[in-house]
Write a new protein. Structure first.
Length: 69
């Protein structure tokens, strides 16, 4: 199997004056949010498995106020 890239799971819009793409990197196991305008990256959590990362990302998208302070 070759190198695996990152997995984008969706967007959180309008938080901290920016739009954030939720991304999981299987190499580092990090779930991060990347800001479209400011280009900032925020570490949200960790997951070793794609399915767990997807569930985590869905929780961020459905309730972003719990993850962005």
């Amino acid at each position: 199997m070759g190198d695996v890239g990152t997995f984008p799971f969706g967007w959180v819009r309008g938080i901290k004056d920016d739009n954030w793409q939720i991304i999981w990197d299987p190499k580092t196991e990090l779930i991060t949010a990347h800001a479209a305008v400011s280009k900032k990256t925020v570490e949200l959590g960790k997951s070793a498995k794609w399915m767990d990362a997807k569930v985590y990302a869905d929780n961020v998208i459905n309730d972003p106020g719990s993850f962005f302070d």
